[in-house]
Design a protein around this ligand. Structure first.
Ligand SMILES: [Mg+2]
Length: 414
């Protein structure tokens, strides 16, 4: 008999609000929302503009205040509401720490958003215990190490785990034993089933179905009439069958930039400059994500809409500005003809890794220069600093030539 899978769905409770309370503990126990959006005036809650609630504390929920509610409505329902602006950077930093805890138990972590994830802990039993044990440990650790409350569902599949995590918030732990999935789901309202959108629910209602169990029991013909081809997979989930695996986010297949020109390019120099600029942008993205490229791809579309893509393997995987742009420019040289509508540069065959910088070679000097440029760009904005890409208007006070005067000579580009 195959081992039953053990899947956790971990969902942090009122995550944005919990993050804010960590640095504003005096607000604990009060109705608090995090809100943002157009015309929001932080600190002036009497001018809510068109802001909507992003997250609400459980004290605020007692007044019917929920995420996606317009802030103006929320304030009418709860005039004492404390309104804080959204600070995604703060939440993302905490989210990283949360996910690091998840990965202590299994590498199979599939993020749903900043504050929720599926974990497949089937293979973790010997090292860390069974699903419910791991769920309890994660709850305790997030609470004691990070001060963040969460709810967890434990089941044999993602669908049931997700329904379970949502059932007893906050700080809920719901375990659905193998074989009891259908029974667990049956009495719950249809809206709780992941994938049952408002339209499907409405159509199922017309058939008299109110609960997930009603959907599970519908005959094939009625199901097909109500939901078409969507019906069968939804019914399978309603019966607690969901074989979909927990998939950790993989590497992107490629990273690319492309640009359609308002006026077709007719000079080879201009085209080369554009290709170089896009290659630098792609290389910067690679470095930001800790990736190296194995191939460089050039896409070109001519006036008459003929479109070509060409690719070339790099001698060694790299994320260096100059290496990527050199290869991209060679590709361009081979196919260039005047009258270009669109150019694109991509990096393919990606792998994780940093540019090796152990030896003072030309490459490691170039890598250090790239890193220095990345730092300056992140400090002063992407548009402020670039290499000698020339007359692009708004770009570049600094360029490679200036930097060359300051430090060791990187290998010059051809
Ligand atoms: Mg949540």
């Amino acid at each position: 008999m195959a081992t039953e899978r053990s899947i956790l769905h971990v969902d942090l409770d009122a995550f944005f609000v919990s993050c804010e309370l960590l640095r504003r503990p005096e607000l604990t126990g009060r109705p608090v929302v995090v809100a943002g959006g157009a015309e929001f005036h932080p600190g002036e809650p009497h001018r809510p503009g068109r802001a909507v609630v992003s997250a609400a504390s459980y004290e605020a929920r007692a007044f019917g205040v929920r995420s996606a509610l317009p802030l103006s409505v929320a304030l009418r329902q709860c005039p004492r509401l404390v309104v804080l602006p959204v600070d995604i950077a703060h939440y993302a930093a905490l989210s990283k720490q949360v996910f690091a805890v998840f990965r202590d138990y299994t590498p199979l972590v599939e993020p749903g958003s900043l504050d929720e994830a599926y974990l497949d802990v089937t293979g973790s039993r010997l090292l860390a215990g069974d699903g419910p044990t791991i769920a309890t440990n994660i709850q305790q650790r997030l609470s004691s190490e990070l001060g963040l409350p969460c709810s967890v569902g434990v089941a044999t599949c993602k669908t049931v785990a997700k329904v379970a995590s949502d059932l007893r918030k906050p700080r809920g732990l719901v375990v659905v034993p193998p074989g009891e999935e259908a029974e667990f789901l049956a009495p719950l309202p249809l809206e709780r089933l992941p994938g049952a959108g408002p339209k499907s629910v409405e159509r199922l209602r017309l058939l008299g179905a109110r609960t997930i169990g009603d959907l599970a029991g519908l005959d094939h013909k009625a199901l097909l009439a109500a939901l078409g081809s969507q019906g069968a997979p939804l019914q399978a989930r309603a019966r607690g069958h969901d074989p979909s695996p927990v998939v950790p986010p993989g590497l992107p297949r490629s990273i690319s930039r492309e640009r359609t020109f308002e006026v077709d390019l007719t000079s080879v120099d201009e085209a080369q400059r554009m290709v170089r600029q896009m290659a630098f942008a792609v290389a910067g993205r690679l470095r930001a994500q800790g990736l190296l490229a194995g191939t460089v791809i050039l896409k070109i579309r001519f006036q008459d809409f003929r479109t070509l893509t060409r690719q070339t393997a790099l001698a060694a995987p790299t994320s260096l500005d100059l290496q990527l742009s050199r290869s991209a420019r060679e590709l361009l040289e081979a196919v260039y003809e005047p009258g270009i509508r669109l150019l694109g540069v991509g990096a393919g065959r990606l792998q994780e890794g940093e540019e090796a910088g152990l030896f003072p070679t030309d490459e490691s000097r170039a890598a250090r220069l790239d890193q220095a440029l990345d730092r300056l760009r992140s400090q002063f904005g992407a548009e402020t600093i670039t290499r000698g890409v020339g007359d692009l208007g708004r770009v570049s006070d600094w360029n490679r030539d200036h930097l060359r005067e300051l430090g060791p000579q990187p290998r010059p580009e051809r």
